[in-house]
Design a protein. Structure first.
Length: 522
């Protein structure tokens, strides 16, 4: 056993440190000319360490401030913080595939989000496009309204009891309930219960409850560093089994298994599964075609895709909602909140009572509401670090510098969204920047330029497929909360600095607020 451990340790030392130092000296891919912070040029340990500090995006941002547009952030990775690089790396014509980092989070079967193969991705995206089409999203309105109303009641009850509410968690319960209702046809009841303890099932049929958010985050904590040394995965996957995060992250797989199995046990019956509003859950749509014939998609593929959606569809959106509420209620943004309320209030005026909500159609046409949400995603993007892509054979010129084939490249999302050449006063929360100037047409070149480089959902063939669902959720929740509630911050420290804990997504810290129904609308 001791010999095996020694062999493992020597192998890891070689792959993580000695091998890269050797490659650094040989410099086959001509990367020596790119500056790098600390040991990043010859060891991935720099990035792994920054990820352990929950601050990779910030460390890369600081490195760009010090070294300029092209920075070597790992032995085989150049981060390029330049507007031209966005299209050159992610655009439709770029033909750059996801790099091997995505192996770290991938399971037995590939999902639309983690497959690196272009034909496989195109096939999956084509097969699933209709689930995210405008027509399908309209059919989700009833379930979204139901969850927004439940969230509203929880905030109101906390206000009546004069209790502080951790809104970060409640927004996450909201997004989990919404995405589970979309996926499984029934929500997981997190909002009602006020917790994320949900049923999970092992492959041998043992049912237990486990906290969804903690299991998801535990998995993310492991997948990011593992992906930075993809060649070591056969070994590191075994080693991490000893870490406390591993059983926790297994809980997430068991949650997915439990709820997919429930849909499978239910079987197909159009009368049961098609709601009165015409909505049919995603899993049923994976399993059966529109005439009720089985599609024979293998179970492992359904599990993988469900897991990907439950993850991508809940963590990012709750991050964006939490950040928006934080910024809007921050004492230094009182005039922004006032202006937003002036916009939103007339739409709510037509509602019967407190339990009534305006239609998404009406709320989505409010430009200032959209501006406040977009400005949040610019300043505090849910996905903040550069999404890695591999330069094709032959190499490419990226933002004026040649980078050899096989090298990984990325544009750091957090940093490009603060680029002074695109966004004036980039550190300021200033929703007005998103409104057209002058005659109200949005063909003004300043706005066109900002929109071109507004990449919180990424861009090109691998851009977020769920962005319309995300806007739907964010719009309904932000409008409802802003219209009905005042909030007081429980913790002064949070007013000064709202911490980010970057796992895969740049998650905000806990946010405890005292809600109160606004006197003006009672
Ligand atoms: C504010 C909320 C959201 C943000 C900021 C966001 C951001 C992103 C980003 C940056 C990517 C690209 C990832 C990469 O290249 O590795 C992505 C991909 C993806 N997102 Fe989202 N997302 C959000 C909400 C959602 C929702 C609600 C869903 C599902 C219902 C979803 C499903 C997906 C999927 C399936 C992909 C992979 C697409 C592909 O590779 O073709 N996302 N998202």
């Amino acid at each position: 056993m001791a010999l095996i451990l020694l062999a493992f340790s020597l192998l890891i030392l070689w792959v993580v440190l000695l091998g890269p130092i050797y490659s650094f000296i040989r410099d086959d891919r001509h990367l020596k000319s790119f500056p790098s912070p600390s040991i990043a040029g010859y060891s991935s340990l720099w990035r792994i360490y920054q990820n352990f500090r929950y601050k990779q995006f910030q460390a890369v941002h600081d490195a760009h401030a010090k070294f300029g547009t092209h920075v070597r952030i790992a032995p085989n990775h150049v981060s390029v913080c330049a507007p031209d690089a966005v299209d050159q790396i992610y655009g439709h014509g770029a033909n750059m595939l996801k790099d091997a980092w995505y192996e770290g989070g991938a399971g037995e079967a590939r999902t639309m989000a983690d497959t690196r193969s272009k034909p496989e991705h195109q096939d999956k995206r084509r097969r699933m496009a209709h689930l995210f089409a405008a027509k399908s999203i309209v059919q989700m309105e009833a379930l979204l309204r139901d969850r927004t109303q439940c969230l509203f009641r929880k905030v109101r009850d906390a206000g009546a009891a004069k209790e502080a509410l951790n809104v970060r968690r409640y927004f996450n319960y909201f997004t989990i309930d919404v995405i589970s209702a979309i996926m499984f046809g029934e929500h997981l009841g997190c909002l009602e219960r006020g917790n994320d303890l949900v049923d999970a099932e092992t492959r041998d049929g043992k049912v237990y409850t486990t906290p969804l958010i903690r299991s998801l985050h535990a998995g993310m904590r492991l997948s990011v560093p593992l992906g930075y040394e993809p060649d070591l995965l056969p070994i590191t996957r075994q080693l991490v089994k000893c870490l406390p995060q591993k059983p926790a992250s297994k809980g997430f797989d068991d949650i997915v298994y439990r709820h997919v199995r429930k849909v499978l046990r239910r079987g197909y019956s159009s009368s049961e599964l098609t709601r009165s509003d015409g909505y049919r859950d995603f899993i049923t749509q994976f399993l059966y075609d529109k005439d009720g014939k089985p599609t024979n998609v293998p179970l492992k593929e359904i599990l993988a895709e469900t897991s990907g959606m439950l993850n991508a569809g809940s963590d990012t959106t709750s991050t964006a909602i939490t950040n928006t509420i934080y910024l809007l209620y921050h004492p230094s943004h009182a005039t922004i909140l006032q202006r937003l309320r002036a916009d939103v209030t007339p739409v709510f005026a037509a509602c019967q009572d407190m339990d009534d909500l305006p239609s998404y159609d009406k709320l989505s046409s409010l430009p200032y509401l959209r501006a406040c949400i977009d400005e949040t995603m610019r300043l505090r993007p849910s996905s903040a670090f550069g999404l890695p892509r591999e330069v094709p054979r032959g190499g490419r010129e990226i933002a004026g510098k040649f980078i050899a084939g096989g090298v990984s490249v990325s544009v750091p999302t957090f940093s490009i969204l603060r680029d002074k050449t695109i966004f004036s006063e980039p550190d300021r929360y200033f929703p007005e920047r998103w409104l057209p100037e002058g005659d109200g047409h949005d063909d003004d070149p300043r706005l066109r330029k900002m929109k071109k480089f507004f990449v919180p959902f990424s861009t090109g063939p691998r851009a977020c497929i769920g962005r319309n669902i995300a806007y739907f959720e964010m719009t309904m929740v932000v409008a409802t909360v802003v219209h009905w509630f005042d909030f007081a911050f429980r913790d002064e420290d949070v007013v000064k600095e709202f911490r980010v804990l970057e796992r895969v997504n740049a998650n905000p810290d806990e946010l405890w607020l005292y809600p109160r129904v606004r006197e003006a609308v009672q």
